[in-house]
Write a protein of this length. Structure first.
Length: 255
């Protein structure tokens, strides 16, 4: 298929590579920053264009990889009228396209993506279409990119997005806080990597509920208080430590 990519950030960069490797032809990359569009387009000998003054190339599918705020005003881009368009956002309705096209949907990659990625990870795609025929088209395209394609409702996609923030974004933030704490206390964060890897392996084969460990899980108030005292000079993470410990206690009391 001939593909136009609208966007040039992390997701657009990784998807472009995946799409090209799947045998599709990227004919144009469009961005709000012309230099960024040129940078991505040059990898595929594709045309580069500025979003605000674009004349779209002819293509079979137009993939809109913009942030949520930009998607909400996408109907202003009249050049997309009557084209087969999909967006890749986790929390934006597919109906942002309803005044533009009669063939539209969602191609949401349920994965953390970075343009710095050396090897493209496994990417499950959550897909929607505005009708059965369009959904069939989106599924067909998605299956050329991944073995894991999941048709979902809009509510299900939103809930997956929320769960992904907890499982991915918040978890990585915890790593960043631990690394920062290690740096301040002059200890080596890398010594925690075996622990991080072991937890990741465990949740691949078990419920996270079942593999929870630590002082809050075993209601070890003595250790919790020792930790809180040691965190007196780190008030921000002391607060988080306390709230997360309370959350673990309450969660496991209810379940």
């Amino acid at each position: 298929m001939k593909v136009v990519i609208v966007g040039s950030g992390n997701v657009a960069t990784v998807l472009s590579s995946l799409i090209e490797k799947a045998g599709h032809e990227i004919v144009q990359v469009v961005s709000r920053n012309k230099d960024h569009a040129v940078h991505v387009a040059s990898r595929y000998n594709a045309d580069a264009a500025l979003l605000n003054a674009v004349e779209f190339a002819r293509a079979d599918i137009y993939i809109i990889v913009l942030n949520d705020a930009a998607l909400e005003s996408i109907e202003k881009i009249t050049a997309l009228k009557d084209k087969f368009v999909v967006h890749t956002a986790g929390s934006v309705s597919k109906d942002v396209f309803k005044n533009i096209s009669s063939t539209y949907g969602v191609l949401y990659p349920l994965q953390t993506l970075s343009k710095l990625t050396e090897q493209i990870p496994e990417i499950p795609f959550l897909v929607e279409g505005n009708n059965k025929e369009t959904l069939h088209q989106v599924i067909g395209f998605a299956r050329t990119l991944s073995d894991k394609v999941i048709p979902v409702s809009e509510a299900e996609r939103l809930h997956y997005h929320i769960a992904a923030v907890f499982a991915g974004n918040f978890t990585n933030h915890m790593y960043a806080l631990a690394e920062n704490f290690c740096e301040k206390e002059k200890i080596d964060f890398k010594n925690l990597l075996p622990l991080i890897n072991e937890v990741t392996l465990k949740v691949n084969n078990n419920s996270p509920h079942d593999v929870q460990t630590g002082p809050a899980m075993r209601e070890d108030i003595f250790t919790i208080n020792r930790h809180l005292q040691a965190l007196s000079s780190h008030p921000d993470i002391k607060y988080l430590y306390l709230k997360l410990s309370e959350s673990i206690l309450k969660f496991h009391e209810k379940h």
